[in-house]
Design a protein around this ligand. Sequence first.
Ligand SMILES: O=C(CO)[C@H](O)[C@H](O)COP(=O)(O)O
Length: 262
Amino acid sequence: MSSEMSPIDRAKYAAAVKAVDYVQDGMKVGLGTGSTAFWMIKRLAERVRDEGLRVTGVPTSSRTAALAREEGIALTTLDEAGWLDLTIDGADEVDGDLNLIKGGGAALLHEKIVATASDRMIVIADAAKQVAALGSFPLPVEVIPFGWQTTQKLVEELLEGMDVLGREVQVRQMGGMKLLTDQKNHILDLHLKHIGNPRQLAMVLNQIPGVVENGLFVDICDVLILGQADGRVTVRDLDAGAASEVAADLTEPDNIFAEGGE
Ligand SMILES: O=C(CO)[C@H](O)[C@H](O)COP(=O)(O)O
Protein backbone atom coordinates (compact mmCIF):
# COMPACT_ATOMS: atom_id res chain seq x y z
CA MET A 1 0.00 0.00 0.00
CA SER A 2 1.12 3.53 -0.65
CA SER A 3 2.39 5.21 2.53
CA GLU A 4 1.06 8.51 1.17
CA MET A 5 -2.55 7.36 1.27
CA SER A 6 -4.66 8.49 4.20
CA PRO A 7 -5.82 5.72 6.58
CA ILE A 8 -9.39 6.12 5.28
CA ASP A 9 -8.28 5.71 1.66
CA ARG A 10 -6.23 2.64 2.63
CA ALA A 11 -9.38 1.14 4.17
CA LYS A 12 -11.44 1.95 1.06
CA TYR A 13 -8.72 0.61 -1.20
CA ALA A 14 -8.49 -2.67 0.75
CA ALA A 15 -12.24 -3.22 0.36
CA ALA A 16 -12.08 -2.31 -3.34
CA VAL A 17 -9.23 -4.75 -4.06
CA LYS A 18 -11.11 -7.58 -2.43
CA ALA A 19 -14.33 -6.78 -4.31
CA VAL A 20 -12.62 -6.73 -7.69
CA ASP A 21 -11.44 -10.31 -7.00
CA TYR A 22 -15.09 -11.30 -7.57
CA VAL A 23 -15.02 -10.04 -11.17
CA GLN A 24 -14.55 -12.82 -13.72
CA ASP A 25 -13.68 -12.74 -17.38
CA GLY A 26 -16.61 -11.71 -19.59
CA MET A 27 -18.72 -10.25 -16.79
CA LYS A 28 -21.04 -7.29 -17.11
CA VAL A 29 -20.41 -5.13 -14.06
CA GLY A 30 -22.30 -2.20 -12.57
CA LEU A 31 -19.85 0.51 -11.56
CA GLY A 32 -20.78 2.49 -8.47
CA THR A 33 -20.15 6.12 -7.63
CA GLY A 34 -18.11 7.80 -4.90
CA SER A 35 -14.66 7.82 -3.36
CA THR A 36 -14.67 4.08 -2.56
CA ALA A 37 -15.97 3.17 -6.01
CA PHE A 38 -13.12 5.31 -7.35
CA TRP A 39 -10.59 2.78 -6.02
CA MET A 40 -12.67 -0.11 -7.34
CA ILE A 41 -12.56 1.38 -10.85
CA LYS A 42 -8.80 1.95 -10.58
CA ARG A 43 -8.26 -1.64 -9.49
CA LEU A 44 -10.60 -3.06 -12.13
CA ALA A 45 -8.77 -1.09 -14.82
CA GLU A 46 -5.52 -2.49 -13.52
CA ARG A 47 -6.81 -6.05 -14.00
CA VAL A 48 -8.06 -5.15 -17.48
CA ARG A 49 -4.61 -3.82 -18.42
CA ASP A 50 -2.44 -6.42 -16.68
CA GLU A 51 -4.45 -9.63 -17.03
CA GLY A 52 -6.40 -8.87 -20.18
CA LEU A 53 -9.61 -9.27 -18.16
CA ARG A 54 -12.61 -8.61 -20.40
CA VAL A 55 -15.39 -6.72 -18.66
CA THR A 56 -18.17 -4.42 -19.75
CA GLY A 57 -19.10 -1.75 -17.25
CA VAL A 58 -22.40 0.03 -16.72
CA PRO A 59 -21.67 3.31 -14.93
CA THR A 60 -24.05 4.71 -12.31
CA SER A 61 -23.14 8.37 -12.87
CA SER A 62 -21.55 10.72 -15.37
CA ARG A 63 -18.52 11.02 -13.01
CA THR A 64 -18.04 7.27 -12.94
CA ALA A 65 -18.47 7.04 -16.72
CA ALA A 66 -15.76 9.67 -17.23
CA LEU A 67 -13.34 7.92 -14.87
CA ALA A 68 -13.96 4.46 -16.31
CA ARG A 69 -13.50 5.74 -19.86
CA GLU A 70 -10.26 7.46 -18.87
CA GLU A 71 -9.08 4.17 -17.31
CA GLY A 72 -9.86 2.17 -20.44
CA ILE A 73 -12.81 0.13 -19.15
CA ALA A 74 -15.31 -0.73 -21.90
CA LEU A 75 -18.74 0.73 -21.15
CA THR A 76 -22.28 0.16 -22.24
CA THR A 77 -25.74 1.22 -21.15
CA LEU A 78 -27.98 -0.82 -18.87
CA ASP A 79 -30.49 -1.30 -21.66
CA GLU A 80 -27.78 -2.57 -23.97
CA ALA A 81 -26.45 -4.93 -21.30
CA GLY A 82 -29.91 -6.12 -20.26
CA TRP A 83 -28.84 -7.76 -17.00
CA LEU A 84 -25.60 -7.58 -15.02
CA ASP A 85 -23.54 -10.23 -13.27
CA LEU A 86 -22.38 -7.95 -10.50
CA THR A 87 -22.53 -4.41 -9.21
CA ILE A 88 -19.86 -3.01 -6.91
CA ASP A 89 -20.68 0.22 -5.11
CA GLY A 90 -20.05 2.16 -1.93
CA ALA A 91 -22.54 3.15 0.77
CA ASP A 92 -23.04 5.89 3.32
CA GLU A 93 -24.30 3.53 6.02
CA VAL A 94 -24.91 -0.21 6.31
CA ASP A 95 -26.78 -2.02 9.09
CA GLY A 96 -26.56 -5.59 10.37
CA ASP A 97 -29.12 -6.83 7.79
CA LEU A 98 -27.09 -5.26 4.96
CA ASN A 99 -29.67 -2.54 4.46
CA LEU A 100 -28.04 0.63 3.19
CA ILE A 101 -28.31 4.36 3.00
CA LYS A 102 -26.91 5.57 -0.31
CA GLY A 103 -26.99 8.80 -2.26
CA GLY A 104 -24.37 10.90 -0.49
CA GLY A 105 -22.94 11.39 -3.97
CA ALA A 106 -26.42 12.10 -5.42
CA ALA A 107 -26.36 9.05 -7.72
CA LEU A 108 -28.88 6.93 -5.79
CA LEU A 109 -31.43 6.63 -8.60
CA HIS A 110 -29.09 5.13 -11.17
CA GLU A 111 -27.30 3.17 -8.42
CA LYS A 112 -30.53 1.51 -7.30
CA ILE A 113 -31.65 0.70 -10.84
CA VAL A 114 -28.26 -0.79 -11.72
CA ALA A 115 -27.87 -2.77 -8.47
CA THR A 116 -31.39 -4.16 -8.78
CA ALA A 117 -30.65 -5.31 -12.32
CA SER A 118 -27.65 -7.36 -11.13
CA ASP A 119 -27.31 -10.96 -9.96
CA ARG A 120 -25.30 -9.70 -6.99
CA MET A 121 -24.49 -6.39 -5.36
CA ILE A 122 -21.21 -6.06 -3.48
CA VAL A 123 -20.94 -3.07 -1.18
CA ILE A 124 -17.49 -1.77 -0.32
CA ALA A 125 -16.79 0.64 2.51
CA ASP A 126 -14.44 1.56 5.28
CA ALA A 127 -15.43 -0.10 8.54
CA ALA A 128 -16.80 3.15 10.02
CA LYS A 129 -19.81 2.94 7.68
CA GLN A 130 -21.24 -0.01 9.62
CA VAL A 131 -23.95 1.07 12.09
CA ALA A 132 -26.36 -0.62 14.48
CA ALA A 133 -29.31 1.27 12.97
CA LEU A 134 -29.56 3.48 9.90
CA GLY A 135 -30.30 7.18 10.13
CA SER A 136 -27.31 9.13 11.44
CA PHE A 137 -26.46 9.86 7.81
CA PRO A 138 -29.20 12.05 6.27
CA LEU A 139 -31.40 9.97 3.98
CA PRO A 140 -31.31 11.29 0.39
CA VAL A 141 -34.60 11.37 -1.52
CA GLU A 142 -34.59 12.32 -5.21
CA VAL A 143 -37.53 14.53 -6.25
CA ILE A 144 -38.46 16.11 -9.55
CA PRO A 145 -38.05 19.92 -9.69
CA PHE A 146 -41.74 20.53 -10.54
CA GLY A 147 -43.49 21.33 -7.25
CA TRP A 148 -40.53 20.19 -5.15
CA GLN A 149 -41.55 22.35 -2.19
CA THR A 150 -44.98 20.69 -2.15
CA THR A 151 -43.26 17.32 -2.33
CA GLN A 152 -41.06 18.36 0.60
CA LYS A 153 -44.17 19.24 2.66
CA LEU A 154 -45.70 15.85 1.87
CA VAL A 155 -42.48 14.14 2.94
CA GLU A 156 -42.48 16.13 6.20
CA GLU A 157 -46.11 15.16 6.87
CA LEU A 158 -45.34 11.52 6.17
CA LEU A 159 -42.43 11.58 8.64
CA GLU A 160 -44.83 12.58 11.45
CA GLY A 161 -46.19 9.04 11.43
CA MET A 162 -42.90 7.22 10.96
CA ASP A 163 -40.60 5.48 13.43
CA VAL A 164 -37.78 8.03 13.20
CA LEU A 165 -36.13 10.36 15.73
CA GLY A 166 -35.52 13.46 13.58
CA ARG A 167 -37.78 15.09 10.99
CA GLU A 168 -35.80 17.94 9.48
CA VAL A 169 -35.76 18.00 5.67
CA GLN A 170 -33.36 20.13 3.60
CA VAL A 171 -32.99 20.49 -0.12
CA ARG A 172 -29.37 19.77 -1.06
CA GLN A 173 -27.37 22.73 -2.32
CA MET A 174 -24.19 22.85 -4.33
CA GLY A 175 -22.31 26.05 -5.08
CA GLY A 176 -25.21 28.14 -3.75
CA MET A 177 -27.76 26.45 -6.05
CA LYS A 178 -30.07 23.51 -5.61
CA LEU A 179 -28.12 20.43 -6.66
CA LEU A 180 -29.15 18.78 -9.92
CA THR A 181 -28.70 15.03 -10.28
CA ASP A 182 -27.71 13.34 -13.55
CA GLN A 183 -31.48 13.14 -14.21
CA LYS A 184 -31.78 16.91 -13.48
CA ASN A 185 -33.73 16.27 -10.29
CA HIS A 186 -33.21 17.68 -6.78
CA ILE A 187 -32.24 15.86 -3.58
CA LEU A 188 -34.03 16.26 -0.25
CA ASP A 189 -31.86 15.21 2.70
CA LEU A 190 -33.94 13.78 5.56
CA HIS A 191 -32.26 14.18 8.96
CA LEU A 192 -33.89 11.25 10.72
CA LYS A 193 -31.19 10.33 13.29
CA HIS A 194 -32.64 6.82 13.69
CA ILE A 195 -34.75 4.80 11.25
CA GLY A 196 -36.79 2.17 13.11
CA ASN A 197 -38.22 0.43 10.03
CA PRO A 198 -36.17 1.00 6.84
CA ARG A 199 -38.33 -1.33 4.71
CA GLN A 200 -41.56 0.48 5.55
CA LEU A 201 -40.02 3.93 5.12
CA ALA A 202 -38.53 2.99 1.73
CA MET A 203 -41.94 1.83 0.50
CA VAL A 204 -44.03 4.77 1.68
CA LEU A 205 -41.61 7.48 0.55
CA ASN A 206 -41.87 6.24 -3.03
CA GLN A 207 -45.65 6.57 -2.95
CA ILE A 208 -45.48 10.37 -2.67
CA PRO A 209 -46.03 12.05 -6.07
CA GLY A 210 -42.85 13.89 -7.01
CA VAL A 211 -40.56 11.42 -5.25
CA VAL A 212 -38.53 9.56 -7.83
CA GLU A 213 -36.53 7.29 -5.51
CA ASN A 214 -35.09 7.16 -2.01
CA GLY A 215 -31.64 6.16 -0.80
CA LEU A 216 -32.73 3.19 1.33
CA PHE A 217 -31.49 -0.03 -0.25
CA VAL A 218 -33.37 -2.90 1.40
CA ASP A 219 -32.68 -6.51 0.37
CA ILE A 220 -30.43 -5.39 -2.49
CA CYS A 221 -26.93 -5.88 -1.09
CA ASP A 222 -25.64 -9.49 -1.15
CA VAL A 223 -22.03 -9.07 -0.03
CA LEU A 224 -20.51 -6.49 2.30
CA ILE A 225 -16.78 -5.90 2.28
CA LEU A 226 -15.49 -3.61 5.00
CA GLY A 227 -11.89 -2.46 4.81
CA GLN A 228 -9.50 -1.29 7.48
CA ALA A 229 -6.47 0.94 7.22
CA ASP A 230 -4.08 -1.96 7.87
CA GLY A 231 -5.36 -3.77 4.77
CA ARG A 232 -7.59 -6.28 6.53
CA VAL A 233 -11.08 -6.74 5.20
CA THR A 234 -14.18 -8.36 6.63
CA VAL A 235 -16.39 -10.11 4.10
CA ARG A 236 -20.03 -10.83 4.87
CA ASP A 237 -21.62 -12.84 2.09
CA LEU A 238 -25.34 -13.53 2.60
CA ASP A 239 -25.11 -16.62 0.33
CA ALA A 240 -22.07 -18.00 2.13
CA GLY A 241 -23.33 -17.51 5.69
CA ALA A 242 -20.86 -16.44 8.37
CA ALA A 243 -18.56 -13.45 8.06
CA SER A 244 -14.90 -14.02 7.34
CA GLU A 245 -11.91 -11.81 7.92
CA VAL A 246 -9.11 -11.87 5.38
CA ALA A 247 -6.11 -9.81 4.38
CA ALA A 248 -6.57 -8.28 0.94
CA ASP A 249 -3.69 -8.47 -1.51
CA LEU A 250 -2.56 -4.87 -1.52
CA THR A 251 0.24 -5.29 -4.02
CA GLU A 252 -0.15 -2.24 -6.13
CA PRO A 253 1.25 -0.79 -9.31
CA ASP A 254 2.61 2.75 -8.98
CA ASN A 255 0.19 4.16 -11.51
CA ILE A 256 -2.92 3.35 -9.48
CA PHE A 257 -1.90 6.06 -7.02
CA ALA A 258 -1.12 8.68 -9.61
CA GLU A 259 -4.14 10.60 -8.32
CA GLY A 260 -6.25 10.52 -5.17
CA GLY A 261 -9.86 9.50 -4.62
CA GLU A 262 -12.84 11.77 -5.25
O1 LIG B 1 -24.26 6.45 -2.73
C1 LIG B 1 -23.24 6.94 -3.15
C2 LIG B 1 -23.24 7.97 -4.21
O2 LIG B 1 -24.55 8.35 -4.56
C3 LIG B 1 -21.93 6.52 -2.61
O3 LIG B 1 -21.77 5.17 -2.82
C4 LIG B 1 -21.91 6.82 -1.14
O4 LIG B 1 -22.16 8.21 -0.97
C5 LIG B 1 -20.57 6.46 -0.52
O5 LIG B 1 -19.59 7.29 -1.05
P1 LIG B 1 -18.08 7.22 -0.57
O6 LIG B 1 -17.54 5.93 -1.06
O7 LIG B 1 -17.44 8.43 -1.22
O8 LIG B 1 -18.08 7.32 0.93
